[in-house]
Design a protein around this ligand. Sequence first.
Ligand code: SF4
Length: 418
Amino acid sequence: MARVRAVLARRRWTLRRRRAAGAPRFTVQRAADQRVLCEIVLDSGAGWRGAGRSSLTPALRLRVLSRPGVAWRSDERKGLDELGAALYGLLEPLGRRDRGGARGPASAELHEGKGGREPLLRTTFACNQRCPFCFVPLTGRPAELAEISTDLDALARQGSRSRELMISGGEPTLDPRLPRILALARRKGFRRFVLQTNGVLLARPGRLESLVRLGVESFMVSFHARTPGLYDRVTGSRGQFSRAVAGLTRLLRCASCRVTVNVVVNRHNYRDLPGLVDFVADLAAGAGCRRRPEFYFSMINEAGHEKVPDWAVDLGDVAPFLRRAMARCRRRRLPVSRFGGETSFPVCLLREPGRHAAQRSFPKDRVRYAEGFAGEAGRLGRAKRPACRRCRFDARCLGVPAPYARLFGLGALRPPRG
Ligand code: SF4
């Protein structure tokens, strides 16, 4: 609370909790003229009504809503960032209480994905790995089936028209309720399922086949390293590499499965990205894979940068390896997912940005165009340079997490010519 008070005192603002049903709401007022500067909403869990945009963590969405006719000065915008950062820790317990106290972290959220606002359901918070940059609260109690049912209703109302549901966790293959949850989701109108998994349990005979029978066609497999030692390090696990490879191989053999290999690029694996592409390409060739796996190169998100800044890496250092890895994908005829959304790299790092840019625009309510993100101002939201406004990809790019900008600056972001 001291941090919140300090920001309010420094800015000469007052903060009031509004008595209203639903998500907790606060107003921020200028003490000088009592004008309401903005409203802050904690949008969370079961109280979630689908109004949230990009998520910060599965448990919390902190949204700052501007008031019509009230323009923020640049120092006020900076102050609102500071206030947001200070409120973050305070509001999470409040959000839990409003979700009914005992309920764990939120299980449902909408992501700003490359195809639109993508519904995502976390069936469990248990995981057999401990990737250091992972932002999911792994000790959280999983939602009950009744709670999941409510969440699915909300997701079905708010998600994209594709009727596709991303099933995530934790590690969803650990959840024995998965068949029931998939059946429930189908009854709510979802028709296609993407399973986010590390693939380790898919090495067990029959596991993949049963998921396919339940209608799972697409698999997003986290696979961040091609050697056992690095795999252990990046996943915080021991001795799982061979099973992860076996699980991925089974997927590559599966004629009806669409496989996306998700690589979270970090300080320990970025130099080996081209080698990782070759490794997966060889696996696919050895498995007689007919549907080539797609690569998705992702960036550590906002919460991950906050949690393990040591794992973050300067984009200027990453760019040459990313380009080489993408050239390798091309040579080995492996498709690469379009860039865009919350965990993507900005396309200005790539050799052919137009070829890889997202095909849709993103909301800009959390993007701040500035050169400086030092201190508290660099804790929340998305960051871009003022020059990004002139970039032809501006609308289709969410920039980088503000905590990245705080660590490394934004020198790596340069609007492509032409
Ligand atoms: S220059 Fe800015 S807007 Fe353009 S791709 Fe890079 S980060 Fe995005």
